[in-house]
Design a protein around this ligand. Structure first.
Ligand code: ATP
Ligand code: MN
Length: 274
Protein backbone atom coordinates (compact mmCIF):
# COMPACT_ATOMS: atom_id res chain seq x y z
CA UNK A 1 0.00 0.00 0.00
CA UNK A 2 2.54 2.60 1.12
CA UNK A 3 5.63 1.20 -0.52
CA UNK A 4 8.00 4.11 -0.20
CA UNK A 5 8.76 3.99 3.50
CA UNK A 6 8.44 1.56 6.33
CA UNK A 7 5.60 1.94 8.80
CA UNK A 8 6.89 1.34 12.27
CA UNK A 9 4.68 0.07 15.10
CA UNK A 10 1.46 -0.10 13.03
CA UNK A 11 -0.38 -1.79 15.90
CA UNK A 12 0.43 0.89 18.46
CA UNK A 13 -2.73 2.19 20.14
CA UNK A 14 -3.20 5.93 19.53
CA UNK A 15 -6.75 6.46 20.83
CA UNK A 16 -7.16 3.99 23.72
CA UNK A 17 -10.93 4.35 24.22
CA UNK A 18 -11.70 3.82 20.55
CA UNK A 19 -8.90 1.26 20.14
CA UNK A 20 -7.66 3.22 17.14
CA UNK A 21 -4.17 2.16 16.08
CA UNK A 22 -1.41 3.99 14.30
CA UNK A 23 -2.17 2.08 11.08
CA UNK A 24 -5.80 3.28 11.30
CA UNK A 25 -4.59 6.88 11.48
CA UNK A 26 -2.29 6.35 8.49
CA UNK A 27 -5.08 4.68 6.52
CA UNK A 28 -7.44 7.52 7.38
CA UNK A 29 -5.01 10.11 5.98
CA UNK A 30 -4.48 7.91 2.93
CA UNK A 31 -8.22 7.82 2.30
CA UNK A 32 -8.81 11.57 2.64
CA UNK A 33 -5.52 12.68 1.10
CA UNK A 34 -7.09 13.78 -2.21
CA UNK A 35 -9.55 16.09 -0.44
CA UNK A 36 -7.19 17.20 2.31
CA UNK A 37 -3.95 17.88 0.45
CA UNK A 38 -5.15 20.97 -1.44
CA UNK A 39 -5.78 22.60 1.95
CA UNK A 40 -2.37 21.88 3.46
CA UNK A 41 0.20 21.40 0.73
CA UNK A 42 2.64 24.22 0.14
CA UNK A 43 1.62 25.90 3.39
CA UNK A 44 3.84 26.10 6.42
CA UNK A 45 2.64 23.66 9.04
CA UNK A 46 2.50 23.24 12.77
CA UNK A 47 1.71 19.65 13.64
CA UNK A 48 0.81 17.88 16.85
CA UNK A 49 2.58 14.60 17.37
CA UNK A 50 1.73 11.93 19.90
CA UNK A 51 4.28 9.15 19.61
CA UNK A 52 2.72 7.18 22.43
CA UNK A 53 -0.91 7.90 21.71
CA UNK A 54 -3.04 10.83 22.81
CA UNK A 55 -2.50 10.17 26.52
CA UNK A 56 1.27 10.25 26.18
CA UNK A 57 3.70 13.10 25.70
CA UNK A 58 2.81 15.43 22.83
CA UNK A 59 4.96 17.64 20.65
CA UNK A 60 4.00 20.81 18.83
CA UNK A 61 6.31 20.75 15.85
CA UNK A 62 6.91 23.47 13.26
CA UNK A 63 10.53 22.93 12.27
CA UNK A 64 12.17 20.33 10.06
CA UNK A 65 14.26 18.76 12.86
CA UNK A 66 14.86 15.11 11.98
CA UNK A 67 12.13 14.69 9.38
CA UNK A 68 13.32 13.38 6.03
CA UNK A 69 10.25 13.68 3.84
CA UNK A 70 9.51 17.38 4.23
CA UNK A 71 10.38 20.64 2.51
CA UNK A 72 12.31 23.22 4.48
CA UNK A 73 11.36 26.89 4.20
CA UNK A 74 13.10 29.90 5.61
CA UNK A 75 10.97 32.79 6.84
CA UNK A 76 12.36 35.81 8.65
CA UNK A 77 15.52 33.92 9.50
CA UNK A 78 13.69 30.91 10.93
CA UNK A 79 13.32 27.49 9.40
CA UNK A 80 9.84 26.08 8.98
CA UNK A 81 8.51 23.16 6.97
CA UNK A 82 5.79 22.26 4.52
CA UNK A 83 4.71 19.22 2.55
CA UNK A 84 3.72 18.96 -1.08
CA UNK A 85 2.33 15.51 -1.81
CA UNK A 86 0.55 12.43 -0.51
CA UNK A 87 3.76 10.62 0.31
CA UNK A 88 4.87 13.45 2.57
CA UNK A 89 1.43 13.60 4.19
CA UNK A 90 1.59 9.90 5.02
CA UNK A 91 5.16 10.27 6.23
CA UNK A 92 3.87 12.77 8.78
CA UNK A 93 1.40 10.17 10.03
CA UNK A 94 4.22 7.60 10.14
CA UNK A 95 6.20 10.05 12.30
CA UNK A 96 3.32 10.28 14.77
CA UNK A 97 1.55 13.40 13.52
CA UNK A 98 -2.13 13.49 14.45
CA UNK A 99 -3.10 17.15 13.87
CA UNK A 100 -2.19 19.39 10.92
CA UNK A 101 -2.34 23.18 11.31
CA UNK A 102 -1.54 25.17 8.16
CA UNK A 103 -0.78 28.86 7.74
CA UNK A 104 -3.21 31.15 5.95
CA UNK A 105 -0.78 31.68 3.06
CA UNK A 106 1.13 29.50 0.62
CA UNK A 107 4.91 29.38 0.64
CA UNK A 108 5.11 30.85 -2.88
CA UNK A 109 3.23 33.92 -1.68
CA UNK A 110 4.05 33.76 1.97
CA UNK A 111 3.09 37.39 2.58
CA UNK A 112 -0.25 37.15 0.73
CA UNK A 113 -2.71 35.30 2.96
CA UNK A 114 -5.55 33.63 1.08
CA UNK A 115 -7.61 31.81 3.73
CA UNK A 116 -9.46 33.84 6.35
CA UNK A 117 -10.73 31.99 9.41
CA UNK A 118 -13.38 32.85 11.96
CA UNK A 119 -13.05 30.43 14.83
CA UNK A 120 -16.09 30.51 17.08
CA UNK A 121 -15.18 29.55 20.64
CA UNK A 122 -18.31 29.19 22.79
CA UNK A 123 -18.31 29.63 26.55
CA UNK A 124 -19.01 26.26 28.12
CA UNK A 125 -22.51 27.23 29.31
CA UNK A 126 -23.65 28.23 25.87
CA UNK A 127 -26.13 25.90 24.14
CA UNK A 128 -25.46 24.30 20.79
CA UNK A 129 -28.46 26.15 19.38
CA UNK A 130 -27.01 29.50 20.44
CA UNK A 131 -23.71 28.54 18.87
CA UNK A 132 -25.45 27.59 15.63
CA UNK A 133 -27.38 30.86 15.58
CA UNK A 134 -24.05 32.65 15.99
CA UNK A 135 -22.54 30.74 13.08
CA UNK A 136 -25.43 31.96 10.91
CA UNK A 137 -24.83 35.52 12.10
CA UNK A 138 -21.24 35.28 10.84
CA UNK A 139 -22.49 33.95 7.52
CA UNK A 140 -25.02 36.77 7.20
CA UNK A 141 -22.35 39.44 7.69
CA UNK A 142 -20.09 37.75 5.13
CA UNK A 143 -23.03 37.34 2.73
CA UNK A 144 -23.77 41.05 3.05
CA UNK A 145 -20.19 41.70 1.92
CA UNK A 146 -20.75 39.27 -0.99
CA UNK A 147 -18.15 36.93 0.46
CA UNK A 148 -18.72 33.23 0.03
CA UNK A 149 -17.84 31.30 3.18
CA UNK A 150 -17.36 27.66 4.04
CA UNK A 151 -18.22 25.81 7.22
CA UNK A 152 -16.42 23.04 9.07
CA UNK A 153 -16.67 21.42 12.44
CA UNK A 154 -13.64 22.03 14.62
CA UNK A 155 -13.63 18.50 15.97
CA UNK A 156 -13.73 20.21 19.38
CA UNK A 157 -16.20 22.68 20.83
CA UNK A 158 -16.89 25.03 17.97
CA UNK A 159 -17.22 25.64 14.26
CA UNK A 160 -14.77 27.28 11.87
CA UNK A 161 -15.90 29.54 9.04
CA UNK A 162 -13.39 29.90 6.23
CA UNK A 163 -13.31 32.56 3.53
CA UNK A 164 -10.96 31.82 0.63
CA UNK A 165 -9.45 34.72 -1.27
CA UNK A 166 -7.84 34.77 -4.65
CA UNK A 167 -5.63 37.67 -3.80
CA UNK A 168 -4.86 39.75 -0.78
CA UNK A 169 -2.41 42.55 -0.32
CA UNK A 170 -0.60 41.79 2.93
CA UNK A 171 -1.00 40.34 6.41
CA UNK A 172 -1.80 43.67 8.06
CA UNK A 173 -4.74 44.56 5.84
CA UNK A 174 -5.95 40.94 5.87
CA UNK A 175 -5.84 40.82 9.65
CA UNK A 176 -7.51 44.21 10.02
CA UNK A 177 -10.28 43.19 7.65
CA UNK A 178 -11.01 40.09 9.77
CA UNK A 179 -10.88 42.19 12.93
CA UNK A 180 -13.42 44.62 11.45
CA UNK A 181 -15.77 41.74 10.73
CA UNK A 182 -15.37 40.41 14.28
CA UNK A 183 -16.13 43.88 15.64
CA UNK A 184 -19.19 44.20 13.41
CA UNK A 185 -20.44 40.92 14.89
CA UNK A 186 -19.74 42.07 18.42
CA UNK A 187 -21.47 45.41 17.78
CA UNK A 188 -24.53 43.90 16.13
CA UNK A 189 -25.13 41.02 18.55
CA UNK A 190 -23.63 42.27 21.80
CA UNK A 191 -25.10 39.56 23.99
CA UNK A 192 -23.79 36.78 21.74
CA UNK A 193 -20.28 37.75 20.62
CA UNK A 194 -17.12 39.06 22.18
CA UNK A 195 -13.78 39.88 20.59
CA UNK A 196 -12.14 40.00 24.01
CA UNK A 197 -9.54 37.26 24.38
CA UNK A 198 -9.88 37.23 28.17
CA UNK A 199 -11.80 34.17 29.33
CA UNK A 200 -13.51 36.16 32.10
CA UNK A 201 -15.13 38.40 29.45
CA UNK A 202 -16.63 35.47 27.61
CA UNK A 203 -19.32 34.46 30.09
CA UNK A 204 -22.29 33.11 28.11
CA UNK A 205 -20.75 34.45 24.94
CA UNK A 206 -18.84 33.30 21.92
CA UNK A 207 -15.33 34.50 21.37
CA UNK A 208 -14.90 35.34 17.67
CA UNK A 209 -11.29 34.36 17.25
CA UNK A 210 -10.02 36.43 14.33
CA UNK A 211 -6.43 36.22 15.65
CA UNK A 212 -5.94 33.16 13.42
CA UNK A 213 -5.56 35.66 10.56
CA UNK A 214 -2.18 37.01 11.59
CA UNK A 215 1.14 36.02 10.09
CA UNK A 216 2.40 32.84 11.76
CA UNK A 217 -0.99 31.90 13.22
CA UNK A 218 -2.65 28.66 12.23
CA UNK A 219 -5.98 26.88 12.27
CA UNK A 220 -6.50 23.15 12.25
CA UNK A 221 -6.85 21.88 8.67
CA UNK A 222 -10.01 20.56 7.06
CA UNK A 223 -10.00 16.74 7.50
CA UNK A 224 -7.40 16.83 10.28
CA UNK A 225 -7.90 14.43 13.15
CA UNK A 226 -7.86 15.93 16.64
CA UNK A 227 -5.47 14.53 19.23
CA UNK A 228 -8.05 14.00 21.92
CA UNK A 229 -10.34 11.26 23.08
CA UNK A 230 -12.96 10.48 20.45
CA UNK A 231 -10.69 10.74 17.39
CA UNK A 232 -12.77 13.64 16.10
CA UNK A 233 -12.22 15.24 12.72
CA UNK A 234 -12.44 18.86 11.60
CA UNK A 235 -14.92 18.14 8.82
CA UNK A 236 -16.17 20.37 6.00
CA UNK A 237 -19.97 20.44 6.04
CA UNK A 238 -22.64 22.22 4.04
CA UNK A 239 -24.45 25.22 5.47
CA UNK A 240 -27.62 23.13 5.38
CA UNK A 241 -26.04 20.57 7.72
CA UNK A 242 -25.12 23.09 10.41
CA UNK A 243 -28.10 22.06 12.54
CA UNK A 244 -27.51 18.39 11.91
CA UNK A 245 -23.80 18.01 12.64
CA UNK A 246 -22.32 18.86 16.05
CA UNK A 247 -18.76 20.21 16.38
CA UNK A 248 -17.52 16.90 17.78
CA UNK A 249 -19.69 14.50 15.86
CA UNK A 250 -17.54 13.40 12.96
CA UNK A 251 -14.77 10.99 13.89
CA UNK A 252 -12.44 8.42 12.40
CA UNK A 253 -15.05 5.68 12.75
CA UNK A 254 -18.05 7.42 11.18
CA UNK A 255 -16.54 10.00 8.81
CA UNK A 256 -17.42 8.23 5.56
CA UNK A 257 -21.09 9.00 5.91
CA UNK A 258 -20.28 12.70 6.34
CA UNK A 259 -18.05 13.11 3.27
CA UNK A 260 -19.73 15.59 0.94
CA UNK A 261 -18.93 17.96 -1.89
CA UNK A 262 -20.29 21.16 -0.35
CA UNK A 263 -16.86 22.78 -0.62
CA UNK A 264 -16.53 22.02 -4.35
CA UNK A 265 -16.27 25.72 -5.30
CA UNK A 266 -13.76 26.48 -2.55
CA UNK A 267 -10.70 26.56 -4.79
CA UNK A 268 -12.31 28.39 -7.68
CA UNK A 269 -13.62 31.40 -5.79
CA UNK A 270 -12.10 34.62 -7.04
CA UNK A 271 -12.87 36.75 -4.01
CA UNK A 272 -10.77 39.71 -3.05
CA UNK A 273 -10.65 42.23 -0.28
CA UNK A 274 -11.74 45.57 -1.68
P1 ATP B 1 -12.33 24.19 19.53
O1 ATP B 1 -13.55 24.13 18.68
O2 ATP B 1 -12.41 23.18 20.63
O3 ATP B 1 -12.03 25.57 20.00
P2 ATP B 1 -10.06 24.67 17.88
O4 ATP B 1 -9.25 23.90 16.90
O5 ATP B 1 -10.78 25.85 17.31
O6 ATP B 1 -11.10 23.69 18.60
P3 ATP B 1 -8.73 26.55 19.62
O7 ATP B 1 -8.13 26.34 20.97
O8 ATP B 1 -9.88 27.48 19.53
O9 ATP B 1 -9.09 25.09 19.06
O10 ATP B 1 -7.57 27.06 18.68
C1 ATP B 1 -7.82 27.50 17.36
C2 ATP B 1 -6.58 27.26 16.52
O11 ATP B 1 -5.50 28.01 17.05
C3 ATP B 1 -6.11 25.81 16.55
O12 ATP B 1 -6.76 25.03 15.57
C4 ATP B 1 -4.62 25.95 16.34
O13 ATP B 1 -4.27 25.92 14.95
C5 ATP B 1 -4.30 27.29 16.94
N1 ATP B 1 -3.72 27.12 18.28
C6 ATP B 1 -4.37 26.83 19.41
N2 ATP B 1 -3.53 26.73 20.46
C7 ATP B 1 -2.30 26.99 19.98
C8 ATP B 1 -1.00 27.04 20.55
N3 ATP B 1 -0.78 26.82 21.83
N4 ATP B 1 0.01 27.34 19.73
C9 ATP B 1 -0.19 27.58 18.42
N5 ATP B 1 -1.39 27.54 17.83
C10 ATP B 1 -2.43 27.23 18.58
MN1 MN C 1 -11.77 27.27 18.48
Amino acid sequence: MIKEFKITNPEKIIYPNQKIKKIDVINYYLEVSAQMLPHIKERLLSVIRCHDGIDGERFFKKHVANDREVEAFNYNGKEFFYIKNQRQLLYQAQMGTIEFHPWGSKVKKINCPDVMVFDLDPDEDLSLNQLRDAVLCVKSVLDALSLKSYLKTSGGKGYHILVPFKKSSNWDSFYNFSKNIAQILEGKWQTLFTTNVRKAERKNKIFVDYLRNASGATCVAPYSLRAKDGAFISMPISWDSLHKVAPNEVNILNYKKYLNDSWRDYFITRQKIN
